[in-house]
Ligand binder design. Sequence first.
Ligand code: SIN
Length: 283
Amino acid sequence: MLKVEPSGQACGARVTGVDLSREISPGLASEIRSVWLEHHVLAFPNQKLTDDDLERFTLAFGGFGEDPFIAPIPGRKHVVAIQRRADEISPLFAENWHSDWSFQARPPAGTCLYGIIIPPHGGDTLFANQHAALDALPPEFRARCEGKIAIHSARKPYALDGAYGEKDVARRSMDIRPSAEAHKTERHPLIQPHPETGRPAIFSCAGYIVGIDGMNEAESQPLLSELYRWQGRDEFQYRHVWEPEMLVMWDNRSLLHAATGGYDGYDRLLHRTTIAAYDPAAG
Ligand code: SIN
């Protein structure tokens, strides 16, 4: 039986009483899913998982999402390594608030991240609850966001001249593949209902949002910057502290997340999969 301990912060719960290396029955998947939808990010400690187990877990929640711009680890199509060497000096990966791959036509519902080498301190992952951020938005500010369609693109991080572009990748241990494909755009409402719970949230943020339909840059950038500062306020946050052999799954539709540093001199390695967009027909 699942034991669920809420973090006491703006989201997040620790879940025990389950061995995820065993079969994930449809009943167990639906139990975990409902806890996930309530808490948005779940941490399962003390799970001895292989990449096969990680893939099986991901499939139980709706199949694999597409992972552009990061090559999968050898021998796998859907597992990427989030890693940093002890002596690495490149800027931290994923340090800004974001929702994974929000620039896709159908962004992934969730992300799974499994801790393999976890430094003794630092390297926490921050999460920001975007239902809470929307609920607390002052009415005048909310009115400026309501009904707006945001233009998403991967170009700032993943274009050839982006933050993880050609100049960056040579010195980085992660296998990032910048590409001209990063200039493609997709549109999503700035505020949208969660596809499973219907609860509205602010969707994604300035890292992947490059404009707003019908607004010029001089109008959209101040709004997006102000919103970005709001979205990551302390009161919407949960700070996740990693343990080795811990699996975390988070909801990209209701959360932003950001990596943190503080572990120079130590290796960090986690394996990641993404959960495909929710398909109501599949249940
Ligand atoms: C990510 O955004 O996938 C990485 C988060 C982390 O390294 O803590």
